[in-house]
Design a protein around this ligand. Structure first.
Ligand SMILES: [Zn+2]
Length: 236
């Protein structure tokens, strides 16, 4: 007896000899064949109430549980269970930012008996491809990024230097007010966290101090950092 992932989040199915059973919410000791809606009358009867069973893998047929009525459907293989687990992993890869290996470990830990024959390398490339397909395309250049964000309320300006390089300036109206009311500003440039795509050379920030806290009032993504670029950002 194993438990395997169901269709809904956190739902589980009981898996035994190739058949899947869904818990009957009226009767606390009974689960029904997953093909019950298609007419299968097979049921799984536990000796204990399901919610009090700690380890399903230790249960023995005809001791701890009984199958009543013959199945009208056919048994599935472990491969089907693994397929269901992979579906859960893919969904989590697409909808969360969890590390892929952690998603794999998490799903496997929920279904250890089926998982033991599978390694991370067998799903790594699928998960990583599905994740990148589910994400928006990353623009190649700073100019394209600026065009993509033209309607964003956080991008306050896209400037171009006479050398044709782009810088994008991010802030909010409240932060701009904070900056303008502050008598002391703190400038800082960082190179270590810049993106390789779109290629940028510097993230420039201007902080102001309020109530003894430093707040980043302005962030500028800079394609390069020559004099012409600074002249374009800070004209006059
Ligand atoms: Zn059945």
């Amino acid at each position: 007896m194993k438990i395997i992932p169901g269709k809904r989040n956190d739902s589980v199915l009981f898996y035994h000899n190739g058949f899947k059973y869904l818990q009957d919410y009226q009767c606390k000791k009974v689960a029904r064949c997953s093909y019950g809606k298609s007419g299968c009358k097979a049921t799984l009867h536990f000796v204990s109430e399901i919610e009090f069973i700690a380890n399903f893998s230790e249960l023995n047929e005809n001791v701890d549980f009984f199958i009543k009525n013959n199945h009208s459907d056919f048994p599935e293989e472990d491969a089907d269970v693994w397929r269901a687990m992979k579906k859960v992993m893919i969904e989590e890869a697409e909808t969360t930012n969890e590390k892929l290996v952690d998603i794999f470990d998490d799903v496997c830990s929920r279904f250890p008996e089926v998982a033991e024959n599978h390694i991370y390398d067998s799903v790594r490339s699928t998960l990583s491809r599905k994740r990148s397909l589910s994400r928006p395309n990353i623009p190649d250049t700073m100019a394209e990024l600026g065009a993509d964000l033209i309607d964003s309320i956080f991008m306050k300006a896209a400037v171009k230097s006479i050398n044709g390089k782009t810088a994008l300036i991010f802030s909010t109206n409240d932060l701009l007010i904070g900056l303008s009311e502050s008598d002391k500003l703190f400038m800082d440039g960082t190179f270590s966290r810049t993106a390789r795509k779109p290629k940028m050379e510097q993230i420039y920030s201007i902080h102001f101090k309020t109530n003894n806290t430093y707040i980043a009032g302005l962030m500028i993504l800079m394609e390069n950092r020559d004099t012409e670029m600074y002249n374009a950002i800070f004209p006059g």
